[in-house]
Design a protein around this ligand. Structure first.
Ligand code: ADP
Ligand code: MG
Length: 411
């Protein structure tokens, strides 16, 4: 890596070294080559486009799927002294932003995919100095991904109209199918794909059959004094669980979901980030773009939507590298409900959804290493045992035997 780049890393971002594959990604982008970076949550994807954005002449246009995500990034970038702005429905200073953009006074401009592909924005792009494009949460371009956003499909023509400007697609979550699809949909060659290791060795994974869920979660929370997130499956579920877990008065517990008034949501999120022992009962809306490195446990109070979702949500634990735990509680009725839901969606999407559910089935029902199952899902070839999941730490004699034991114990 060249010295000027390392200077930017140090002077603007305050880091002494790149982490993991960041240097590979940044080098490619600086060389003007299209790239797909697949890096786990917390690996530092933002830096991969923010650093070139600062180092290169012209602006980096960032496509991002959520206003909340854009504004979190914007706050963080601005705090570092990076010249950044967004054009979203809630931004009041459009004229000023457009003027700065045209005048070459922006390093980063965040926009949503539907805005990026609009006629008006194309005209604006034609009159501003562009350095590169970053497509964040790039799995949204794929129907195979767990979060398909049709507007991402409109991006390729836009990117193609700037053939000499590199595009960098970033995602934490991509199985083999989704990866292929991202490359194709965004016009990136396979040699441009860089995959970081997905293992999070400090996270201890455990999966439990549901059996008196509230008590199970209360026990777990009681034994983990650090900050934690409990993912419930419904908005009402988050509030109910928060109420139940705070009953004994031992822990600070709050709830978070998209149906709450924004000021309450914001207050709860800020309190959680500042806290050293709070439990947040939330829907999966909570956590995206939130930078809290010391989360000590993440609990799923029911089956997640996909392995990708599970990996990403549980990955919010232990970003500081210290020991952390991920617990998943499930029941047979989760699968029954999932099957029901699948039977109601468009036939074209059913195969993908069924594959997602059966991958989750393999994870929860296995008597072998959980980590190995997760990592194989992301295309890695992990060892047979990890030594830091429930099955490696206390191997079940056999699944049947544990079920029999459970029946006896609960009789
Ligand atoms: P991602 O988008 O991949 O989930 P972020 O871009 O939000 O990750 O970065 C996660 C955290 O890692 C942030 O707190 C960021 O400041 C930090 N980080 C990024 N790169 C480095 C680095 N080279 N050295 C130290 N910390 C870093
Ligand atoms: Mg990110």
């Amino acid at each position: 890596m060249t010295q000027p780049i390392l200077d930017v890393l140090h002077d603007t971002f305050g880091f002494s070294a790149f982490r993991g594959v960041q240097d590979q990604v940044v080098s490619r982008v600086m060389a003007g080559r299209n790239t797909l970076a697949i890096m786990p949550t917390g690996a530092g994807k933002s830096l991969c486009y923010q650093l070139p954005a600062v180092a290169l002449d012209g602006c980096c246009v960032v496509i991002s799927p959520l206003i909340a995500l854009m504004h979190d990034q914007l706050r963080a970038a601005t705090a570092l002294g990076i010249r950044a702005a967004s054009l979203t429905s809630v931004d009041a200073d459009w004229q000023e932003t457009q003027d700065r953009f045209r005048a070459g006074e922006l390093d980063l401009l965040y926009v949503a995919p539907e805005r990026a592909s609009s006629e008006g924005f194309r005209n604006l792009l034609g009159r501003a100095p562009i350095a590169m494009f970053a497509i964040d949460e790039a799995h949204c371009v794929s129907e195979w991904g767990h979060d398909f956003r049709p507007d991402y499909r409109l991006l390729k023509p836009l990117l193609d109209s700037f053939p000499d400007r590199p595009r960098l697609a970033l995602t934490a979550t991509a199985d083999a199918h989704t990866r292929e699809d991202i490359l194709k949909q965004l016009g990136i060659d396979r040699e441009g794909m860089i995959v970081a290791g997905f293992d999070r060795p400090n996270i201890r994974y455990a999966v439990h059959p549901r059996d008196g869920l509230t008590r199970q979660i209360a026990d777990l929370v009681g034994g983990n004094p650090g900050p934690g997130i409990v993912y419930a499956q419904t908005r009402a579920g988050t509030e109910k669980l928060a109420e139940q877990l705070s009953r004994d008065g031992k822990r600070q517990v709050r709830a978070y979901h998209a149906g709450m008034p924004p000021e309450v949501r914001r207050a709860n999120q800020d309190a959680f980030i500042a806290s050293e022992d709070m439990v947040m009962c939330a829907t999966v809306a909570f956590g995206m773009g939130i930078d809290k490195p010391d989360v000590r446990f993440v609990v799923h109070a029911g089956l997640p939507k996909s392995i990708e979702g599970y990996y990403q949500e549980s990955g919010r634990a232990g970003r500081d590298g210290e020991p952390a735990e991920a617990h998943l509680f499930w029941g047979a009725d989760d699968f029954a409900r999932a099957r029901m839901r699948i039977s109601e969606i468009e036939p074209e999407r059913q195969a993908g959804e069924r594959a997602r559910i059966s991958a989750l089935g393999a994870l929860v029902e296995t008597g072998t290493c959980r980590r190995a199952i997760l990592l194989r899902h992301f295309g890695e070839s992990p060892p047979e045992t990890c030594g830091n999941c429930d099955n490696c730490l206390s191997p079940p004699a056999s699944v049947d035997a544990t079920q029999t034991a459970r029946k006896l114990l609960s009789a």
